[in-house]
Design a protein around this ligand. Structure first.
Ligand SMILES: [Zn+2]
Length: 323
């Protein structure tokens, strides 16, 4: 018998259904408040983009599910957003090319990885999505960036450094301290491995726009942050390792940046349930993923290539890019 792993989760998790990601409705959670505070700050800066949602992935033994949290003011309609060729940051100079940038100030990750180590893994992950044959994405890295360039609009607003501007459509904004993740959910630094914020464009009246008529809100930017309270590696590791594979998380977070939601049902088998009840220990060897996917809401082990449902979702989103 399989049981949904709901017992040990955050009270804010409202449910888990096959095919659906875990979605948290707007409510009095820290994450919702944070998104709305970011949007108040963006409005104050006079810019025409707002954060619509955040997606975070969790550590397997933590008992917490990854989640999607929508901002109350703009994201609460839970509409999907998509990048639009004409609205890309470098649309005029490099038409149709999706750009990404990697922070050069916060690339060092606990576990002994240098900025070159982590940026290499991130670039490989971006390249993996770009190279999907069903929908090859013209993609370009914004480089070279000067050393010590601290990118990240969300972190900038929240007082963790960063910058009040963007250089790319997708930004990997670096490894942030525990406090950044504790500001997302209570004790979030203990279970959130990475988080991606999706921004959308607004018109002058503050309404989300759909300029290309694809019935999706026009995405403006995406920013990914990695949790430096965990130990990271570039080695392929299995589920028994306390180390987290950078490329796996970068591939997952980039999947969000490129429009994908969480996917798959995660459950604890009978033995795992017994262990949890008797010893209050979540034995990750008894976690089951149906199906296993890069876009599962919980990290499990090294997975550096998209699996069936990841590919299908990616092809659906990007198959008509630029046409
Ligand atoms: Zn995720």
């Amino acid at each position: 018998m399989k049981r949904l792993l709901l017992c040990a989760c955050s009270a804010a998790v409202v449910g888990l259904a096959a095919h659906a990601e875990v979605r948290i409705a707007a409510g009095p959670s820290l994450a919702v408040s944070q998104l709305d505070a970011v949007n108040v700050a963006l409005a104050g800066r006079g810019v025409h983009y707002r954060v619509a949602k955040m997606d975070y992935i969790t550590a397997p033994g933590s008992g917490h599910f990854g989640a999607t949290v929508f901002s109350k003011d703009v994201g609460n309609r839970q509409l999907d957003s998509r990048f639009v060729p004409d609205l890309l940051v470098y649309a005029s100079s490099n038409p149709g090319v999706l750009s990404y940038a990697i922070d050069t100030a916060e690339g060092v990750a606990h576990g002994g990885l240098s900025g070159a180590d982590t940026s290499g893994a991130i670039s490989r992950a971006m390249g993996t999505w770009a190279a999907q044959t069903c929908a090859p994405i013209p993609m370009g890295q914004v480089a070279p960036l000067p050393p010590g360039l601290d990118l990240g609009i969300v972190q900038n607003i929240l007082g963790f450094g960063g910058a009040p501007f963007y250089l790319a459509d997708v930004t990997h904004a670096g490894w942030l301290p525990a406090a950044f993740f504790d500001a997302i959910e209570t004790n979030g630094s203990q279970f959130i491995l990475g988080v991606t914020y999706t921004f959308i464009w607004e018109d002058a009246d503050g309404n989300p726009v759909d300029t290309n008529g694809d019935h999706k809100i026009d995405a403006a930017l995406a920013e990914t942050y990695y949790n430096n309270a965990f130990q990271w590696t570039n080695q392929a590791v299995d589920f028994t390792s306390p180390l987290v594979d950078v490329e796996t998380i970068a591939l997952h977070e980039s999947g969000h940046a490129l429009g994908q939601d969480h996917f798959g049902q995660i459950s604890l088998d009978g033995k795992g349930t017994q262990i949890l009840q008797q010893q209050h220990v979540l034995d990750v060897s008894h976690l089951h993923f149906s199906p296993r996917a890069v876009m599962n809401a919980i990290y499990w082990d090294t997975q550096r290539a998209p699996l069936g449902t990841d590919q299908a979702a990616h092809c659906a989103i990007w198959g008509t890019w630029g046409q």
